[in-house]
Design a protein around this ligand. Structure first.
Ligand code: CP
Length: 332
């Protein structure tokens, strides 16, 4: 059983909790492939996506995951909502809570935004990316994909290459992969590396060749130009020349190494087009597995909540208790 109200990050999850979600995702995957196997497990459950930052994969796959399990799925449509009139994150969340939304899925540029929302609503909150902090469902689908392809996580070498400093995907993957026994090596230009990552249990290097050497998995990360303040590398061509993963770099990895990327990919910058579309790439499978993993997460959160009868009764009544709220105001 999954006993949490929310999924805010991988950092706090135990190895057993991660594995429980991954095992459930394996069962869910056949529902993605086969319409007849889809259920109404989340009948009468209402979900809302609150995306303050752009998304294709995460937002669409959460919406489909909910629909495949029979939930009602709404999108706040931040750009056309009262957020644009200045409504705070907490007030937005409490408003949706009063309407009877059971699950809120939030992506926001502020670190801790999902935690703030979770403290102030009765709904389950799922973090779909908060600033440079965590993107837990991306890490879960990455780990699921690696486990599916390699049969294990323990003992694997995973090289994560690119814009590490701004990457919530890297942070969540470090937490998850190291908990499950993988070795994680991070590589990128010194301006895009964070020494703090070593404290989290990963090795950090500016030498991409040593990072990729004998790796079982090579994961490229998107250069997040929108989060950079400028001057972190001369230009994209220079970046791609020094830190892009191409056929030549890949030769030093294990011959059966997986090529991964959370997407969206800047083709020819982080990864060369031939390896994105090559036989070792599992990038499209990551996308598909994202639906199964998000179905699993919705399922375990709702089932866990139903089994905690007291919490479930409070939840069903849709009345956020005032002591549950705090005064902090976050205006996006
Ligand atoms: N990987 C990922 O989060 O992609 P989106 O921004 O398209 O959701």
């Amino acid at each position: 059983m999954f006993a949490r109200k929310d999924l805010l990050g991988i950092r706090d999850l135990s190895q057993e909790e991660i594995q429980y979600i991954l095992n459930t995702a394996r069962e869910m995957k056949e529902k993605v492939d086969c319409v007849e196997k889809r259920s109404h497990q989340l009948d009468k459950i209402s979900m809302a996506t609150l995306f303050y930052e752009n998304s294709t994969r995460t937002r669409m796959s959460f919406a489909l995951a909910g629909e495949y399990l029979g939930a009602s799925v709404l999108d706040l449509g931040v750009a056309s909502s009262s957020v644009k009139k200045g409504e705070s994150l907490i007030d937005t969340g409490v408003t949706l809570d009063q309407m009877g939304i059971h699950v809120m899925i939030i992506r926001h540029g502020m670190t801790g935004s999902a935690h703030l929302l979770a403290r102030n609503v009765n709904a389950c909150v799922i973090n779909a990316g908060d600033g440079s902090n965590e993107h837990p469902t991306q890490a879960l689908l990455d780990i699921f994909t690696i486990q599916e392809k390699k049969g294990r996580i323990k003992g694997l070498k995973v090289a994560i290459v690119g814009d590490i400093a701004h990457s919530r995907v890297a942070r969540s993957n470090i937490f998850g992969l190291t908990k499950l026994g993988a070795e994680v090596v991070l590589a990128g230009p010194s301006t895009l590396l964070s020494k703090g990552m070593e404290v989290l249990g990963a090795k950090v290097t500016t030498d991409i060749k040593s990072a990729v050497k004998d790796a079982d998995v090579v994961m490229g990360l998107r250069v997040q130009l929108e989060r950079q303040k400028g001057g972190q590398f001369p230009d994209l061509r220079e970046y791609s020349h020094l830190f892009g993963v191409d056929e030549k770099i890949l030769r030093s990895a294990r011959p059966d190494a997986l090529i991964m990327h959370p997407g969206p990919v800047n083709r020819g910058i982080e990864l060369s087009t031939d390896i994105i579309d090559g036989p070792q790439s599992v990038i499209n499978e990551q996308v598909k597995n994202g639906v199964a993993v998000r179905m699993a997460l919705l399922s375990v959160l709702i089932e866990g909540r139903k089994q905690n009868e007291t919490a479930y009764q409070t939840w069903k009544s849709h009345r956020p208790s005032m002591e549950y709220r705090q005064d902090t105001r976050c205006t996006h």
